[in-house]
Ligand binder design. Structure first.
Ligand code: NAD
Ligand code: HSE
Ligand code: NA
Length: 436
């Protein structure tokens, strides 16, 4: 039995986990793949610092281009990250007729359309299960397991770092910066952690899932992206009093007017399973017309959890080595010539319910003014929570939940509320979803 030779680029958190899993589970993996998988070479630009895996028997180099140009290598595993050198390496590997496995969501979300076209032209595969929700096999589940459905919407907690921070803040009252530092030490965070806390990483993953769900090209720049950095401890508490949890969600929904593609903090009823997904765990709900709602749960980041998805992709590609390119599962689930360029709805055109927190001076008529403005914009109030003035230095926090409304009407209402002389701080708004 001839072995398949692979080259790994990047021996950081995911790269070292991949080496460890491939070595430890080699016997099981051969039984599944039908071929021995040999890590022939691994590249890292920093070979001086210690690596978290056993590298015996693997040729090492600091020149990743030597790997993508090596005629013996059949599969290149890109675990460097980013859209600079990683893009050059992946493009070169494809041009050289090599299959690629990557965990790089930024690369796929931003350059996937051109990379998949190039891969199709060269008859090779790009596998990217680890790019979305870490170890959860969500790409495979949607692309293959749900192929009989019209997918209506999906919503997910798809950034482990962000969910870890929100959970620690809520459960232990810990400080944002302190928890972020721990997530970095645990290897969960991106090289630039603002990608995690400002929702960019989640938007990369959502972009990829939306394409696979709806058969549309990757449109990262049309996604609405909002992070978790503005969520205050008091919002977490008020949400809980009203029976909700605040989670950072990526939401993609097909509507008659276009596709919604949005990442933002979201109030969800506390009884929903996804409201109870904590720490670094991720979860994605996918609603298909035939199957109904389905839920996928597991570790969204971390060394071996992510390696689990990388290794599964390697096994898939090894099996695909002997199939004709046209018989392989398409990169984005739909045949490339069947992708539809459905428009992404601007966030102003999205309809959702809202949580509003308004800090106001305690004067007569305040509530009447606020409700008048809301009603003029056609916004119905579902419930109101009014706290005692002494809790907030004479200011009353007014908490409201609204019925569904067009975002641009809410923008107008908030602008008018903030212009009231009695309202002393920007209005906090958090969108709500029932996910039912
Ligand atoms: N950490 C996670 O939990 C996780 C989960 C899913 C996906 N990812 C993705 O996996 C990829 C890798 O993430 P990571 O957390 O392992 O990062 P990391 O920073 O731990 O590892 C990256 C490695 O690449 C090496 N490197 C950088 N530039 C190089 C170059 N030009 N040539 C060779 N080596 C180079 C670095 O020295 C480092 O060892 C990223 O795309 C990331 O988004 C990470
Ligand atoms: N930084 C990412 C890694 C997994 O994609 C996260 O925290 O979810
Ligand atoms: Na995955």
């Amino acid at each position: 039995m001839q072995s398949v030779k692979i080259g790994i680029l990047g021996l950081g958190t995911v790269g070292s986990g991949t080496v460890s899993v491939l070595k430890r589970n080699a016997r099981e993996i051969i039984r599944r793949a039908g071929r021995d998988i040999e890590i022939s070479v691994a590249a890292d630009k920093d070979l001086q610092s210690p690596k978290n895996c056993d590298l015996s028997g693997i040729k090492l180099t600091d020149d990743a281009f030597s790997v993508v140009n090596d005629p013996d290598i059949q599969i290149v595993v890109e675990l460097i990250g980013g859209t600079g050198v990683a893009k050059e390496l992946v493009s070169k590997a494809i041009e050289n007729g090599k299959h690629v496995v990557t965990a790089n969501k930024a690369l796929i979300a931003m350059h996937g359309n051109e990379l998949f076209a190039l891969a199709q032209e060269k008859g090779v595969t790009i596998a990217f299960e680890a790019a979305v929700a870490g170890g959860i096999p969500i790409i495979k589940a949607m692309r293959e397991g749900l192929a009989g459905n019209r997918i209506e919407w999906l919503a997910g907690i798809i950034n482990g770092t962000g969910n870890f921070i929100l959970t620690e803040m809520r459960d232990k009252g810990r400080d944002f910066a302190d928890v972020l530092a721990e997530a970095q030490a645990l290897g969960y965070a991106e090289a630039d952690p603002t990608f995690d806390v400002e929702g960019i990483d989640a938007a990369h993953k959502l972009t990829i899932m939306a394409s696979i769900a709806f058969g549309i090209p990757l449109q990262f720049y049309s996604a609405y992206t909002e992070g978790i950095s503005k969520i205050a401890q008091e919002d977490v508490q008020y949400a809980a009093e009203l029976g909700y949890r605040i989670k950072h969600l990526g939401i993609a929904k097909k509507t008659d007017r276009g596709v919604e593609l949005r990442v933002h903090p979201t109030l969800i009823p506390h009884r929903r399973l996804i409201a109870n997904v904590n720490g670094v765990m991720n979860a994605v709900v996918v609603k298909g017309d035939a199957v109904g709602p389905t839920l996928y749960y597991g570790a969204g980041a971390g060394s071996e959890a992510t390696a689990s998805a990388v290794v599964a992709d390697i096994v898939d590609v090894v099996r695909a080595l002997t199939t004709d390119p046209e018989n392989r599962v398409p990169h984005l689930a739909f045949q490339p010539d069947a992708l539809k360029d459905t428009p992404i709805l601007p966030i102003a055109e999205v309809v959702t319910s809202y949580y509003l927190r308004i800090h106001s001076e305690d004067k007569p008529g305040v509530l009447a003014n606020i409700t008048r403005i809301l009603s003029e914009q056609g916004i119905n109030i579902e419930s109101i929570l009014q706290k005692q003035p002494e809790e907030h230095e004479g200011l009353i926090p007014i908490i409201m939940l609204t019925q569904p409304v067009l975002e641009k009407n809410m923008d107008e209402a908030i602008a008018q509320i903030e212009a009231l002389g009695t309202v002393t701080a920007p209005v906090m708004r958090i969108r709500m979803e029932t996910l039912g």
